[in-house]
Design a protein around this ligand. Structure first.
Ligand code: BMP
Length: 214
């Protein structure tokens, strides 16, 4: 376990494959989302899954039936986990978790996001969403490394059964060590790694920073 997840928001499949190959030994999963998939196609999931498990970040936020249809397609494409929004409520989440469970896959639920605008509306719901994620037995939640105190609050709500994956490290200002110390299990890092001249070295440095605090 490296406790590091690569967020691969590049737009070119050759670039995506190159970066995945050089950082593969330093990351436990690769998170892909709309930028890469809209630019290159859903088949990139299969191609990248030879390097690491794939978390499909579609932030699914719909009625239960549509969430089900989306999650089925994403798992069929080879993803190991799907990220869904929590604000749509317990029925949408329950349906997503059912689809994941029947495929032996995982659902991660966004509680509140890492950017400043999350304070406008999302943070007010963050704790209730975390509790719902635990009640509905999601695999884990996505919580902001930019606000380690919130990671700690969310950890207290969900207990030890759920996993916390935490974006916002590096470019957004968060620290990997602080997020892990606050209770995150994995940190998610994108630009600091894939925009670097030496992505493997940056990833290795993050992994050693994380190792120091666990
Ligand atoms: P970066 O390290 O380049 O800031 O990338 C963070 C990644 O995590 C991006 O893919 C972003 O969409 C995602 N993300 C986030 O930054 N904050 C959240 O609250 C939820 C996310 O999925």
């Amino acid at each position: 376990d490296t406790r590091l997840i690569l967020a691969l928001d590049v737009l070119d499949s050759a670039e995506a494959l190159r970066i995945s190959q050089v950082v593969a030994g330093h990351v436990d999963a690769i998170k892909v989302g709309y930028p890469l998939i809209l630019a290159t196609g859903l088949g990139i999931i299969t191609e990248l899954s030879r390097y690491a498990p794939i978390i499909a970040d579609f932030k699914v936020a719909d009625i239960p039936n549509t969430n089900r249809l989306i999650c089925e397609q994403v798992f069929k494409a080879g993803a190991d986990a799907v990220i869904v929004q929590g604000f749509t409520g317990h029925d949408s989440l329950r349906t997503s978790v059912e689809v994941a469970r029947s495929n032996n896959k995982d659902i991660f639920v966004v509680t509140e996001m890492s950017h400043p605008g999350a304070l406008d509306f999302m943070q007010a719901a963050g704790e209730a969403i975390a509790k719902m994620a635990a009640d509905e037995q999601a695999s884990g939640v996505v919580a902001p490394a930019t606000r380690p105190e919130r990671v700690r609050d969310i950890r207290n709500i969900i207990g030890s059964d759920l996993t916390i994956i935490s974006p916002g490290v590096g470019t957004q200002g968060g620290s990997a060590a602080d997020a892990i110390r606050a209770g995150a299990d994995w940190v998610i890092v994108g630009r600091s790694i894939y925009q670097s001249d030496d992505p493997a070295a940056v990833a290795a440095k993050l992994v050693s920073e994380i190792k120091e605090v666990i």
